[in-house]
Design a protein around this ligand. Structure first.
Ligand code: PMT
Length: 207
């Protein structure tokens, strides 16, 4: 099967030297790409800026912004059997990017933001028969309720809910715990473990 997997953060430019981003390290998405490759699947990985080496045997596409991620994902989603969005895509970007480095002035600064495209929701609207869409839900409270809402609203087949409010797991850590929920109502508890082991479990469930 062809797996399309996203990883890492996006960067939304304010000016040539500043951007909005988040703490995603890409470890979860890269572990999924390696696990899918090791299970014998063809893998395309779309990655935001991270400090990880592109995995051997995986077609890796490097992007920066949410708009670039949307373009790359849509290009490769057409013939993908499984799409897993593990990336932490920015929900907002600055309405305008300054051509020159902003100079500080007295008083506060307000940067107006606009919504980025919800890539998963777009894929959910055009999902072809047999294709499976897998989202992640990163929450700090009401994990399962919010995850169920994303599963339905974005027309997903599975959602991997992870609590990113707990110290030492989730964003940037080497370990993670998750609850996988399917559109059919199957729930799989995945206890705290190394992201590579967790990724292998997720791929085994999907493969
Ligand atoms: O990269 P690591 O440091 O290893 O950390 C892993 C992780 C915590 C980033 C990962 O496990 C995770 O939870 N990824 C999803 C983070 C996130 O943005 O979640 P969300 O609940 O805000 O988004 C829900 C889903 O919609 C996600 O699959 C996301 O990729 C997708 N999305 C979000 C916004 C957007 N504009 N387009 C999207 O497709």
């Amino acid at each position: 099967m062809k797996f399309l997997i996203s990883a890492g953060p996006t960067r939304e430019k304010i000016d040539p030297v500043r951007f909005l981003t988040n703490r995603s390290s890409g470890k979860m998405g890269y572990a999924l790409a390696e696990a899918a490759r090791d299970a014998g699947h063809e893998v395309v990985l779309v990655s935001g800026p991270v400090c990880l080496e592109p995995p051997p045997g995986v077609q890796t596409i490097l992007i920066e912004s949410a708009a670039e991620m949307a373009k790359a994902i849509k290009t490769h989603a057409e013939d993908a059997d499984v799409v897993i969005m593990a990336a932490a895509v920015a929900d907002y970007r600055p309405i305008m990017t300054y051509a020159d480095k902003m100079k500080k002035k007295d008083g506060n600064l307000i940067i107006e933001l606009e919504r980025t495209e919800d890539i998963l929701a777009s894929l959910g609207k055009t999902k072809r028969s047999g294709q499976r869409l897998v989202g992640f839900a990163a929450e700090t409270r009401d994990l399962i309720d919010y995850a169920q809402d994303k599963l339905q609203r974005k027309n997903l087949d599975w959602i991997v809910a992870n609590d990113v409010g707990k110290a030492g797991q989730g964003f940037a850590a080497d370990v993670n715990a998750a609850t996988m929920i399917s559109a059919e109502g199957v729930t799989v508890e995945l206890p705290l473990q190394d992201k590579k082991a967790l990724a292998a479990r997720i791929i085994a469930i999907l493969g």
